[in-house]
Design a protein around this ligand. Structure first.
Ligand code: PEP
Ligand code: MN
Length: 353
């Protein structure tokens, strides 16, 4: 529910309003516009908040119910872009992230060499899996704890913040020095894990489930936010369709849709989306042109020998080319066609109409 207060509403009126909600277990979010204040109410408003009682308050001008089930993630309750800060690497609100690295950490030499190469090419974060969600139990499962140690070594060596996947909340203690915890596509609806990650203050990279709608994707983010963590980056990595020419189907239209619906940053992973290294550069360029807040790209120093996802991994040289192209595109589109966050005024106008 969103309330628009009359332009004559005072600070005391706002405090009065807040105390009415907080007493009922609801969370008010105050959004100050140039002339009026909008108050978003998060929680089960239907049974706890009779609309006629609220409408009767002398300082309330209008009420609008928000039917979207995601509230904390919803742009209407938080018009400005969220900027996520992972160990100094910012994502969102005009900050572009370039997360790059191997699918999985394979050895000390491999991860350090790739980390140095992607840093030199302009990456802002190092990616790499220690715990790998493999479709077959007979495939390489990742170096697990040992892999995480090597990842931390690569972080110390290069200064790049790191992002790596968690597969079980039992491993959380191992992620203490990890800058951004990845929730993989297969875990997007592991609600118990999302709730626990919500209790941490760690930035989370939430990947879209391969069969998840945008609404389900946002509800997964809502789980993390409802537990107290709003440092979330959404990552589109392709969804499953009837098409088999690519590993998945990259849903680039999710970029404007998500920007409209949520204030959370949106990053595109063209590697898992296409599954083919030669298709990655054009999709990375398209994502930048469509206003993505970043890219996650798999890079390997020897893709032919990679233990996981070699066919979709770029060499460091190709990755460096992608970075140059993406920077050119971002400069070219800046910023007339870039998505704009909606303002508190837009929210107020929408509620008044
Ligand atoms: C990954 O990024 O290593 C990964 C396994 O991706 P996804 O969860 O998108 O399949
Ligand atoms: Mn991979």
């Amino acid at each position: 529910m969103i309330l628009i207060l009359k332009s004559t509403a005072t600070r005391d009126d706002i405090s009065d309003l807040k105390s009415r909600f907080e007493g009922r277990g609801l969370r008010p979010v105050i959004m100050e516009g140039a002339e009026k204040v909008a108050v978003g109410i998060i929680g089960e408003t239907r049974s706890h908040l009779p609309a006629d009682q609220i409408q009767a308050l002398p300082y309330v001008e209008a009420i609008r119910r928000v039917s979207d089930p995601y509230k904390l993630a919803n742009r209407v309750f938080h018009p400005e872009d969220t900027v996520v800060n992972a160990g100094g690497a910012k994502v969102g609100g005009g900050h572009f992230a370039l997360m790059a690295g191997p699918c999985s950490i394979e050895s000390r030499e491999q991860i350090i060499e790739v980390a140095q190469a992607v840093k030199a090419a302009g990456a802002t974060m190092l990616r790499g899996g220690a715990f790998k969600p493999r479709t077959s139990p007979y495939d390489f499962q990742g170096l697990r704890d040992e892999g995480l140690k090597l990842m931390l070594e690569a972080k110390r060596e290069t200064g790049l913040p790191i992002v790596t996947e968690i597969m079980s909340i039992d491993h959380l203690a191992l992620f203490e020095d990890v800058d951004m915890i990845q929730v993989g596509a297969r875990s997007m609806q592991n609600f118990e894990m999302l709730k626990e990650l919500g209790k941490t203050k760690k930035p989370i990279l939430l990947k879209r489930g391969m069969c998840a709608t945008i609404k389900e994707f946002l509800m997964a983010a809502e789980y993390i936010m409802a537990s107290g963590n709003d440092q979330i980056v959404l990552c589109e990595r392709g969804i499953r369709t009837y098409e088999t020419a690519t590993r998945n189907t990259l849903d680039l239209s999710c970029i404007p849709v998500l920007h409209e619906r949520t204030h959370l940053p949106v990053v595109i992973d063209p590697s898992h989306a296409t599954g083919v290294a030669r298709y990655v550069p054009s999709m990375a360029a398209a994502a930048a042109a469509a206003g993505a807040d970043g890219l996650m790209i798999e890079v390997h120093n020897n893709p032919a020998a990679a233990l996981c996802d070699g066919p979709q991994s770029l060499t460091p040289d190709v990755f460096a080319d992608v970075v140059r192209t993406v920077k050119t595109i971002r400069n070219a589109i800046r910023m007339k066609d870039a998505p704009k966050p909606i303002s508190v005024e837009t929210v107020i106008r929408a509620c008044a109409s």
